[in-house]
Design a binder for this molecule. Structure first.
Ligand code: BDR
Ligand code: CA
Length: 312
């Protein structure tokens, strides 16, 4: 199994991505690291523990940066609500670790040099901080899978920008300049074409009737409502797709090599991801996922959600 850390702003699809890390036998999830993003930081931590509880797994959770590097935090509560569909959990005895997320990332990468994979599905603040604090971190991380940006296409928080890169553009820019082996799962066109679960797929999941499928339906409900209100015909799953393509590269149908950079100064383009192909003469620094087998991804997640668990 792949030694793995998931760096997350846990709400909705982040919860599903955590389930991938927790339950897929191809993953050896060593830690969950938390970063400011989707919803209030402490609520994100509750959402992560809820997810561990429903999966019946205990993995160290480390608290990370509570704000972007240089800007005030921007949330997406209008999309995610509290990120858990209003679920509450009685005390489970699950507590975060004392070690900061940035230090945990650095330590785990040093313990598995060249082998640790990091799946970063929130703003890139913790990852940029780890690279700045310990340059060996970049070398020690075997693979960095990032959910963020769009491939010269639509944003979701502004016309130009996807949420994760918009919230902390300086961190995203630093990560692409740092020399990581990066794979990017972008918002558009990839997510909007290959990782939207419409009614038929959602019905197939709720028909499973497992604690995990009930959890999925519940946490995805607010986002489903939001997505439908803006004309997207289902819930979007870029974060779980990012974890899934790392563990199962056969899901990927096409990738491209790009030079990726992130706009930090633009008036209308804060967080825009410039993905340049060969014609611009820039050395590629990232692999961008361009197409996946959407049906196989859905089947994969459905099968994962069929896993029997005995949560508290
Ligand atoms: C990304 O932003 C968040 O709202 C989602 O969890 C995902 O990581 C999509 O832009
Ligand atoms: Ca996320």
């Amino acid at each position: 199994p792949v030694p793995l850390v998931i760096d997350t702003d846990t709400a909705q699809d982040d919860c599903v991505a955590l389930l991938v890390g927790l339950l897929d036998p191809a993953a050896d999830l060593r830690a969950v690291t938390m970063v400011a993003g989707n919803v209030g930081f402490d609520q994100q931590v509750r959402n992560a523990f809820l997810t561990l509880n429903v999966a019946d797994r205990d993995v160290p959770v480390h608290l990370g940066c509570r704000a972007p590097l240089m800007r005030p935090w921007v949330s997406a509560e209008n999309v995610h609500g509290d990120g858990s569909g209003g679920l509450r959990m009685d005390q489970t005895g699950l507590e975060p670790e004392a070690e900061h997320a940035v230090d945990a990332l650095i330590r785990l990468a040093a313990e598995h040099p060249g082998e640790l994979s990091v799946v970063a599905i929130g703003p890139l603040t913790n990852i940029a901080m780890a690279a700045a604090k310990d340059p060996a971190f970049v070398r020690n991380v075997g693979a960095l899978y990032v959910m963020g940006g769009s491939n010269n296409a639509r944003g979701n928080i502004t016309a130009a920008a996807e949420f994760n890169f918009y919230v902390d553009p300086e961190a995203a820019k630093a990560v692409f300049a740092a020399g990581f082996e990066v794979t990017v799962v972008p918002w558009d066109p990839l997510t909007l074409r290959d990782a939207v679960f419409g009614q038929e797929r959602l019905d197939a999941i709720s028909a499973l009737g497992t604690p995990l499928s009930d959890f999925f339906t519940r946490v995805c409900a607010p986002t489903l409502e939001f997505d439908r209100s803006v004309g997207i015909d289902g819930t979007t799953h870029p974060d779980s797709l990012t974890a899934a393509v790392l563990l199962h590269p056969e899901l990927v149908l096409r990738t491209g090599r790009y030079h990726v950079d992130v706009e930090t100064a633009g008036e209308l383009t804060r967080g825009y991801s410039a993905m340049s192909w060969g014609v611009h003469g820039l050395e590629p620094n990232a692999t961008v996922v361009e197409a996946v087998d959407a049906e196989a991804f859905h089947t994969y997640l459905r099968d994962l959600l069929a896993t029997p668990t005995t949560p508290a």
